[in-house]
Structure formats: structure tokens, C-alpha cells
Design a protein around this ligand. Structure first.
Ligand SMILES: Nc1ncnc2c1ncn2[C@@H]1O[C@H](COP(=O)(O)OP(=O)(O)OP(=O)(O)O)[C@@H](O)[C@H]1O
Ligand SMILES: [Mg+2]
Length: 221
């Protein structure tokens, strides 16, 4: 997959318009950041990119295929949205192994490698019901990367992570980008966005605007 294109996308729920005329073109090997106030539509955009919500109007293309028409979901995708729901009575490893059964692409060694990269391998055999918020988040990130997807969609991936965790996950995402992945990220943390993203989209008043990565310094010296 080289490109993901939103072409004049509108999204409404009942009669409430959430997003209007969204036109964006996303490429592989890039990290895209979506920012905006609570309720502005960041999660809705990410869910549409993932094929989990359909546009009310307009189209989303993956290269030459239309999402929701030619394909239901991006075929090679890892997604972390809101609080990842894991089976509390299964260990972290068991949860991920269970999820690999959907596609049958990978086995235990790949799952463990992903857990290692996400810094959660030490807790692999602990039940996720006993995980802290940051541990669940790390397991969610392991789940995103474990099948080595071309497209990664991460909603607030640094939630609940400590400083060390944030630095580790930043490094991990930059490594994924170098491997040519396309990464979509929603975040409230300005540093994540400026440090990680090649392009930033700001959502406000139903519109998605591309903004310069580094804001110009306006204060006088
Ligand atoms: N399934 C749904 N049905 C009805 N309205 C919805 C649905 N999903 C989202 N919305 C509405 O769409 C708007 C955008 O929601 P969204 O979750 O995308 O915001 P967000 O930018 O991710 O906010 P936050 O920063 O709090 O995560 C909100 O007004 C929300 O109430
Ligand atoms: Mg959200």
C-alpha cells in the first residue's frame, strides 16, 4: 500500500455533521499526526481510515481500491483505538496468541518479538486483568506491530506511559517509519506530535487543516 486518500469525505451521525470535506493524501514511510480538541473528530477519522466507520459522503481510497466498496478494511493494518480490550483472565501472551488466530499469519515467536519491542515481554505470563494502564498500552502496541502491518493506526498511543515508555515507543514508531510503514497517530501531547510526525493535521470546526510542523516564533526577542 502506497497511498491512503480521503477524497471529499464527510461524516455525520444522525443529522450532526462531525467532519466536512476532508481531503488528505497519506503516504507510506511517513508519520501523520491528528490533533484537535476533545470531540473534534480525531478518533472518527482514524476509524474511517481503518474501515470501522464509513464516510457519510465521499470516498477513502487505498491506492486504487475504495474502502467499503472494493475492500472492507485495509488488508495489512494494526490498530490501537481507545482502551484496548483484552481478556482479563488470559495472560498478555495468551491474549495476543488468541488474536493471531484471526489471520493465522504468525506464531508465538513473532508475538514474543513484538512484546519484547513494546517492552512487555517480562509480563507475558501475567493476566492482563492485573496489568497497569501503561502495561495494557504496551500490550496494545505489541498487538499493533506483531503482524508487521503496512498501516498502523494509533489513537493516543502514549496514554498511561511513563517517560521511559514514551521514549521507547517513540523510537519504535520511528523504526517502523524507516521500514516504510504508514503511521496515523492522534495525540494531545504536543511533544509527540512535533517529535514524531512528518505532517500534522489540525481538526477544528469540522474541518481538517494541514498545519506547519513547527509553529513560527511570534514572540519578540
Ligand atoms: N458512534 C457515534 N455515534 C454518534 N456520535 C459519535 C459517534 N462516534 C463519535 N461521535 C461524535 O463525533 C464527535 C467526534 O468524536 P471523536 O471521538 O472523534 O473525538 P476526538 O477528537 O477523538 O476526541 P477526544 O480528544 O476526546 O478523543 C463527537 O462529538 C462524538 O460525540
Ligand atoms: Mg479520540
Amino acid at each position: 500500500m502506497d497511498k491512503l486518500i480521503f477524497s471529499h469525505v464527510y461524516k455525520s451521525f444522525r443529522n450532526r455533521i462531525i467532519l466536512e470535506d476532508v481531503c488528505i493524501e497519506l503516504k507510506r514511510g511517513m508519520i501523520y499526526g491528528f490533533i484537535g480538541p476533545n470531540g473534534s473528530g480525531k478518533t472518527v477519522i482514524l476509524k474511517m481510515a481503518a474501515g470501522l466507520l464509513r464516510p457519510t459522503k465521499g470516498n477513502i481510497y487505498l491506492d486504487s481500491r475504495t474502502l467499503g466498496k472494493d475492500i472492507d478494511f485495509p488488508p495489512s493494518m494494526g490498530i490501537l483505538i481507545e482502551n484496548p480490550g483484552f481478556l482479563a483472565h488470559y495472560s498478555g501472551l495468551q491474549n495476543l496468541l488468541y488474536l493471531t488466530k484471526i489471520k493465522g499469519l504468525i506464531g508465538r515467536s513473532e508475538v514474543e518479538a513484538a512484546m519484547e519491542k513494546a517492552g512487555i515481554l517480562d509480563a507475558a505470563s501475567q493476566k492482563t486483568g492485573q496489568y497497569s494502564l501503561g502495561m495494557k498500552q504496551r500490550l496494545g502496541i505489541a498487538q499493533v506491530i506483531m503482524e508487521d502491518p503496512e498501516l498502523m493506526i494509533l489513537d493516543e498511543p502514549m496514554n498511561g506511559l511513563d517517560q521511559k515508555g514514551i521514549a521507547e515507543i517513540r523510537a519504535l514508531l520511528l523504526e517502523q517509519k524507516r521500514q516504510g510503514k504508514m503511521i496515523l497517530l492522534a495525540s494531545h501531547t504536543r511533544e509527540d506530535i512535533t517529535y514524531l510526525c512528518d505532517q500534522i493535521y489540525f481538526i477544528q470546526d469540522r474541518k481538517v487543516q494541514s498545519i506547519p510542523k513547527v509553529s513560527p516564533i511570534t514572540a519578540p526577542h
